[in-house]
Design a protein around this ligand. Structure first.
Ligand code: SAM
Length: 287
């Protein structure tokens, strides 16, 4: 791409503690022609703290497709742009994907300016295997969708991570406790880098009790990290309730029909139910 084009810098900003920003990030935010921010009022606090006076433009989930086209034109005209979100690394459960894609597709340089990211901060202190891990973004809002999500993750053999809000942390742990084994290790990382930072690693059962009994444990921002399933041990594929449904169906129909009907009833993936049905079949043959 022609060197006359500007560059897009994707700049990580603090997730709480204002000191968690790199010298390079501050320098870039001072030097670019324009800062595209998720919430211009919010980012002003950070900019004021570092004596940055620069032009701001809003880029949020409601305007990002349209705004990206305008920003691409500015880059083509040689302007440099920094993209920031309200906290942490843009694009990670934050706006920015359409802009980065549009700019990259146009052959213009997109430069990362790394820094804080809640999931990486939490993972770095979790004491759970970090490679591989999967990041799931926010857990679904509705309980039914959330339960389907936890069912999907039940047999995931690697560490998995999701973001949770104060409004849903308790409901989310309750749903999880209905589906995952209560002894599964989880890490709740709350208010990272802030005054009330709390990082607890314990069993799912204990974590639920803790959040249920301590109001403070339901306040703030949360990263939840879950240990992967130990596949070499005999792990419960589905909940006892779901197993019962499957077992009744198996006693009345073929494995294929029973699994199809169980998919309809439970919303669980066919593959999981099929594995569970095979397991149930084996147990029956043994008894
Ligand atoms: N882009 C951000 C990042 O790099 O982590 C995440 C933005 S997302 C809209 C906000 C969510 O991230 C919060 O609801 C919470 O789940 C998590 N989060 C952000 N800051 C956090 C913090 N200081 N402590 C714990 N979780 C945090």
């Amino acid at each position: 791409m022609s060197s006359e084009c500007g560059k897009l810098y994707v700049v990580a900003t603090p997730i709480g503690n204002l000191a968690d920003i790199s010298f390079r990030a501050v320098d870039i935010l001072k030097r670019v022609d324009l800062i595209a921010a998720e919430d211009t009022r919010h980012v002003k606090m950070l900019l004021q703290h570092y004596g940055i006076t620069n032009k701001l433009v809003a880029l949020h989930q409601h305007n990002e497709n349209k705004a990206s086209v305008g920003l691409l034109e500015k880059l083509r005209a040689g302007r440099s742009i920094a993209l920031v979100s309200d906290a942490g690394t843009p694009l990670l459960s934050d706006p920015g994907m359409p802009l980065v894609k549009t700019v990259k597709d146009a052959g213009i340089d997109v430069i990362p300016i790394p820094g804080a990211c809640a999931l990486i901060a939490a993972l770095s202190v979790a004491g759970l295997p970090v490679a591989p891990f999967s990041f799931e973004g926010f857990s679904p809002r509705a309980s039914s969708a959330r339960r389907a999500f936890f069912n999907e993750k039940l047999m995931c053999p690697t560490t998995w991570i999701f973001y949770e809000s104060s409004h849903r942390i308790l409901a989310s742990l309750k749903d999880m406790a209905d589906i995952l084994p209560l002894e599964r290790q989880i890490v709740i990382a709350r208010e990272l880098t802030k005054l009330h930072e709390t990082i607890v690693k314990t069993s799912l059962g204990n974590a639920l009790a803790l959040v249920e009994t301590h109001e403070n444990m339901r306040k703030g921002e949360f990263v939840v990290i879950v240990e992967g399933a130990e596949l070499d041990k005999k792990v419960q594929l589905i909940t006892p309730e779901q197993e019962k449904i499957l077992s009744v169906l198996l006693s009345e129909c073929s494995i294929k029909t029973a699994v199809s009907m169980a998919v309809e009833i439970t919303g669980i993936r066919k593959k999981l139910l099929y594995q569970a049905a095979l397991g149930l079949g084996k147990e029956k043959r043994l008894t």
